[in-house]
Design a protein around this ligand. Structure first.
Ligand code: PMP
Length: 307
């Protein structure tokens, strides 16, 4: 399939897409990213991901590259150009291209933006969810600002590779006190034997997953109790159910941690119910209309005033 990317203002064939060698994302990981799940041609949790992008950029003082309405159009055009039914849209914004120097470049350096599309097989993903996945655990060796969706993912890459070599799909990262922070590319959840959903609170220890936040709403509307608190590897091993959430995996049940079965070793009932609810309702939560988010709008207006 011929695929298109968007790079700094141009839609271009994926195979011809290039960024400059002195893009600061390339040299310093000085860039952030976002990923939208696409299901039946719809961008899922559209506004939530756009808002988090604005937040990540703000935390790193990277200029917002364009108005949200323009970005909304481009993201939808990428879905259409790539005839994407199921898959992912990946967006990366860097601080721009400048002569290599650690400190920020001049204020007039424009942020770099690139977007790619990837199709995935919906049936494979569904089968995976029906079977459940295995996870391993490893020490969390990442930096102190995991709330920022930075492209600096080397510890995550190593953790995922370790999982892959162990025949598992995900690696849950463990803090120095023995508590799970999150997965290498997903948020980690358990359901206790009392039927309470537990996931780590969103502070600088984890990425505040957009799927995670949507799941709170789904759990609430179904009367399923939940708590935001840290849980240990030991508590997870005794859990009734476990699962991960992310834009790409939606909610995927975990049936094994470090080789030990969770619950009866099959995907949990609540996990499957919540996955179904997520898949059924999430595309309808947002049609990707131009965002009227105050954080984004204020930041964008300020930027136009300043620069
Ligand atoms: N934590 C990490 C480290 C991730 O990479 C991801 C996926 N981007 C998540 C959590 C889940 O976030 P989301 O639900 O927004 O995809």
């Amino acid at each position: 399939m011929s695929r298109f990317a968007y790079v700094n203002g141009q839609y271009i064939r994926h195979t011809d897409a290039r960024i400059h060698i002195e893009d600061r994302g390339n040299q310093f990981s000085d860039a952030v990213y976002e990923v939208w799940g696409v299901r039946n041609g719809e961008l899922m949790d559209f506004d939530g991901h756009l808002r988090r992008l604005a937040r990540s950029l703000g935390e790193l003082k990277i200029r917002i590259p364009m108005a949200p309405a323009a970005l909304t159009v481009i993201l939808h055009r990428m879905v259409a150009l790539n005839k994407l039914r199921n898959g992912l849209i990946y967006l990366q914004v860097s601080r721009g291209q400048a002569r290599r120097d650690h400190a920020f470049p001049a204020a007039n350096v424009r942020p770099g933006i690139m977007i790619t599309a990837k199709s995935t097989n919906a049936i494979t993903a569904e089968t995976r969810a029906e079977k459940g996945i295995s996870v391993i655990t490893q020490p969390d060796i990442r930096w102190g600002r995991r709330d920022i969706k930075s492209i600096s993912l080397l510890p995550n890459v190593l953790a995922k590779q370790a999982a892959s070599e162990a025949g598992a799909s995900e690696c849950w990262l463990v803090d120095p006190d023995g508590f799970i922070t999150e997965g290498a590319s997903s948020n980690a959840w358990i359901m206790t034997t009392n039927g309470v959903l537990v996931t780590r609170p969103a502070n600088t220890d984890i990425l505040n997953g957009i799927t995670r936040r949507t799941l709170f709403e789904l759990a609430e509307s179904r009367g399923i109790p939940f708590e935001e608190r840290a849980f240990s590897r030991e508590e997870a091993l005794c859990a009734r159910e476990a699962f991960v959430t992310s834009a790409s995996a939606y909610l995927t049940p975990v049936v094994e941690i470090d080789g030990k079965p969770i619950g009866n070793g099959h995907p949990g009932t609540f996990s499957l119910q919540l996955r179904e609810a997520y898949v059924a309702t999430t595309p309808m939560r947002s049609r990707g209309r131009p965002v009227r988010d105050p954080v984004w709008l204020v930041a964008h207006r300020l930027e136009r005033l300043v620069g």
